[in-house]
Design a protein around this ligand. Structure first.
Ligand SMILES: [Fe+2]
Length: 262
């Protein structure tokens, strides 16, 4: 079994600062502890962006510090709250692919995982640049006979809620490239702070709620109110020759715990 843990939307802030009343560093430490305790068999962990709420170097240094406790290998891409240059200064230029973005390909146990950096400086919506789509096309072609999972920060498929205002703006172009490969097992995103699954244009898409908070968003592009009410959540991706399965592990502030057997 190929097993991956995906954390997203950590939104680390400066020391002593809370975000929506939450200590996001403590929440990340809980996520790292949950992986070490329950998913230590994972081949690796992926961070799917929005690592630092304001993209500052102090937050990236704290991220590095928290991740030092992680017991599995780590791979990272960034989101709209991140600052690409500052991230690369703190973590190292080797985190950028030859696209200039924080893209990465990981091959493990006969399957391929591709991380894409969908952040666009100065805006909350996402985009994949032509150089990245070309790079993706090449990475897919060279792995035409193995299952592929793609992980990026922004959702590409319309979710029919307000978050579509900050969607990946060239989703159809992205899907056209994905469809050149016939074993795209999952496309996994964070960004929207809630859980969804979809089949869009023949490709399976998933979002996870991430580590900051989980929102309840009523359906409809203008519907209110948005409630910030749920747990911290990671995705655990289990993949073998037959299927790719996404579990959701609510590792902090999960709902009511019922008494077993009662
Ligand atoms: Fe985001």
């Amino acid at each position: 079994m190929r097993n991956k843990a995906v954390l997203s939307d950590l939104h680390l802030v400066k020391e002593g600062v809370l975000s929506h009343g939450l200590d996001t560093t403590e929440r990340l430490r809980a996520g790292v502890a949950a992986i070490n305790a329950r998913h230590a068999d994972a081949d690796f962990c992926v961070l799917a962006g929005d690592l630092a709420d304001l993209g500052d170097a102090e937050a990236y240094e704290r991220l590095k510090d928290c991740l030092a406790d992680l017991s599995v290998p780590l791979h990272i891409t960034i989101g709209n709250h991140d600052n690409r240059d500052t991230f690369l200064e703190v973590f190292g230029a080797e985190y950028a692919a030859d696209t200039g973005c924080v893209d990465k390909v990981i091959d493990a146990k006969g399957q391929r995982v591709i991380l894409l950096d969908s952040a666009v400086t100065g805006q909350h919506g996402g985009r994949l640049e032509p150089v990245q789509l070309n790079w993706l096309s090449t990475r897919l072609a060279e792995a035409h006979d193995v299952p592929v999972t793609v992980i990026l920060h922004h959702h590409a498929n319309p979710l029919r809620t307000k978050v579509d205002r900050i969607i990946l703006e060239n989703g159809p172009e992205f899907v056209a490239v994905l469809k050149t490969h016939d074993q795209i097992r999952q496309v996994i995103a964070g960004h929207v702070h809630y859980t969804s699954t979809a089949m869009w244009q023949g490709v399976p898409f998933t979002t996870l709620a991430g580590g900051h908070y989980n929102v309840t968003i009523p359906l409809g592009p203008d519907a209110d109110p948005v409630r910030l009410d749920g747990p911290a959540q990671m995705a655990v991706v289990l993949s073998d020759d037959q299927q790719t399965l996404v579990h959701f592990d609510n590792y902090l502030d999960a709902s009511v715990v019922l008494q077993a057997g009662a």
